[in-house]
Write a protein that binds this ligand. Structure first.
Ligand SMILES: Cc1cc2nc3c(=O)[nH]c(=O)nc-3n(C[C@H](O)[C@H](O)[C@H](O)COP(=O)(O)OP(=O)(O)OC[C@H]3O[C@@H](n4cnc5c(N)ncnc54)[C@H](O)[C@@H]3O)c2cc1C
Length: 379
C-alpha cells in the first residue's frame, strides 16, 4: 500500500533484514564495546549487492537513481541498532560519488568496482581541524609539481579514516574561497600520507573515526577528480544524498527507540498497573509515535522530489533538521520511559540516545541547515 516502495525494493529490504538479523544483531553489542566490526562485513554486503545500491551499474553497482531502493535498505541496516556500523559500512556512499561523477575513466575503473565488491574501503575527507562548516575556506593545500600535486595539511573526524584504502580529499588548489577548491583521490599507501589515532567518541562506537595528515604527500595529477578548482560544486552535490540518508538514520533511530519504549511500557508494572496505562506515559508514547510518523513521511516526500529530479535543497535540509531533532526528543523520552534500565549499556535505547547526537552535526550542522533554508526563503 505504500506508494513509494515497489517489489524490487521489498526484495532488497528482505535481503538486508535477513543479513542484519543473522550476521549482525547477535554480535553488535560486542562490536560496539570493541569499537570496531569485522572487515568481512564489507565483502558480505558487497556480495549481497547492498553496497552497490546508489552507484552506477556500469561500474558494478545497482544504479544511482533509485532513491527508494537506497532508503529501503538503509532502514533495514539501521535495525542493526548501531549508527556507527551503518556509518562506516556506508562511507563509500559519500566517498565514491565524486569519483564516478567527475573522475577520469581510468580512476573510476580502478577505484569503484573493488569498493562496491567490499574488497576496498572508501572515505570522504573534507573537515579540517580548523573547521568543518565553512567548507569554502578549507586550508589543506595542493600545489602542482610536474605530474603530481604536493599536498600539505590535515583532516579530522573522518569516518572509516583508519580502515579506508582510498580517500576523496578536498584540497585548496586555487584562490581563497569556494572557487579554489578541488578534489583528489588519495590512496592510503601514498608517500607523505599518514593516519592518526582512532578517535574516542560519545557514540557511533563501532565506526572508526580518524585524523589524516598530509606532509609533502605526492599525488599523481591523474587522481584529480573533475577539473581543477571545481570541487566545491561536487561536494555540494554530494551533501544532498548524505543529508537524506542522515534523515533516514534519524527517523529509524527514533523508530527503534519508540519500539523499545512500547515493549517496555507494555510489560513493566508500577503502582499496580502497566506503565502504558499511566496517562502521562501513554501520551508520551502517542506523541513519540506521531513525531516519528510525520518525519518519516516528510523525508519520503522529500526523497520523491529528489527521485523526480526536482530541486530539493530546502526540503532535504528541513528533513534532516526535523528528523534529527525528532530523534533527539524521542530517544530522550525513551531513556526516561525505561527508567534506570534506559541508562544501562545493555539497553538499546542507551546506544540510540548517544548515537543520535551526531546526526545534527555531521553532513552539515543544524545551524548550517537553517542557513540554507533561510537563503531558500530569500532571507
Ligand atoms: C563521528 C563523526 C563523523 C564524521 N565524519 C566525517 C567524514 O567522514 N568526513 C568529513 O569530512 N567530516 C566528517 N565529520 C565532520 C563533520 O561533518 C563536522 O564536525 C561538521 O561539519 C561540523 O564542523 P565542525 O565540527 O568543524 O564545527 P564548526 O564548523 O567549527 O562549528 C561549530 C559550531 O558552530 C556552528 N556554526 C558554524 N558556523 C555557523 C554560522 N555561520 N552560523 C551559525 N552557527 C554556526 C555550528 O553549527 C556548530 O554548532 C564527522 C564528524 C563526526 C563527529
Amino acid at each position: 500500500m505504500n506508494p513509494y516502495f515497489n517489489d524490487t525494493h521489498d526484495m532488497a529490504r528482505q535481503t538486508a533484514r535477513r543479513w542484519v538479523s543473522q550476521a549482525i544483531l547477535p554480535h553488535i553489542s560486542d562490536w560496539e564495546e570493541a569499537e570496531t566490526f569485522p572487515r568481512e562485513l564489507y565483502q558480505q554486503a558487497g556480495e549481497l549487492g547492498l553496497l552497490g545500491i546508489g552507484h552506477p551499474e556500469a561500474l558494478g553497482g545497482q544504479g544511482e537513481h533509485d532513491v527508494f531502493l537506497k532508503i529501503a535498505v538503509s532502514e533495514e541496516l539501521m535495525r542493526s541498532t548501531s549508527g556507527g556500523l551503518v556509518a562506516s559500512l556506508g562511507s563509500l556512499d559519500i566517498g565514491l560519488p565524486p569519483v564516478w561523477r567527475m573522475g577520469s575513466p581510468a580512476l573510476q575503473q580502478r577505484v569503484v568496482p573493488p569498493v562496491l565488491r567490499g574488497e576496498k574501503i572508501m572515505a570522504l575527507a573534507i573537515t579540517e581541524p580548523g573547521g568543518g562548516s565553512d567548507v569554502a575556506n578549507l586550508r589543506t593545500r595542493a600545489v602542482r609539481d610536474g605530474d603530481h600535486y604536493v599536498v600539505n595539511g590535515a583532516k579530522t573526524f573522518i569516518t572509516s579514516g583508519v580502515r579506508a584504502d582510498h580517500y576523496t580529499v578536498a584540497v585548496r588548489t586555487g584562490e581563497p574561497g569556494f572557487a579554489g577548491v578541488s578534489l583528489l583521490l588519495i590512496d592510503k599507501d601514498t608517500p607523505g600520507f599518514s593516519v592518526g589515532r582512532q578517535l574516542k567518541k560519545m557514540g557511533w562506537w563501532a565506526s572508526d573515526t580518524a585524523e589524516l595528515f598530509f606532509d609533502q604527500c605526492r599525488v599523481p595529477v591523474g587522481h584529480l577528480i573533475g577539473p581543477e578548482n571545481s570541487g566545491f560544486l561536487t561536494i555540494m552535490m554530494n551533501f544532498q544524498a548524505e543529508r537524506l540518508s542522515l534523515a533516514v538514520m534519524a527517523y529509524m533511530t527514533a523508530q527503534l527507540a519508540l519500539e523499545a519504549s512500547l515493549d517496555y511500557a507494555k510489560t513493566r508494572e508500577t503502582f499496580g498497573k502497566q506503565l502504558s496505562k499511566h496517562q502521562v506515559i501513554r501520551h508520551k508514547l502517542a506523541e513519540m509515535a506521531t513525531q516519528v510518523d510525520v518525519c518519516r513521511e516528510y523525508t519520503w516526500r522529500c526523497a520523491a522530489r529528489m527521485a523526480a529530479g526536482q530541486n530539493a535543497l530546502k526540503e532535504v535540509s528541513m528533513a534532516k533538521n526535523f528528523a534529527t531533532e525528532t530523534a533527539d526528543r524521542v530517544t530522550t523520552e525513551a531513556v526516561q520511559i525505561l527508567g534506570g534500565m534506559g541508562y544501562m549499556r545493555e539497553s538499546v535505547v542507551e546506544r540510540l540516545y548517544r548515537d543520535n547526537r551526531i546526526l545534527s552535526i555531521g553532513g552539515g550542522t543544524h545551524e548550517i541547515m537553517n542557513e540554507i533554508i533561510a537563503k531558500q526563503l530569500a532571507l
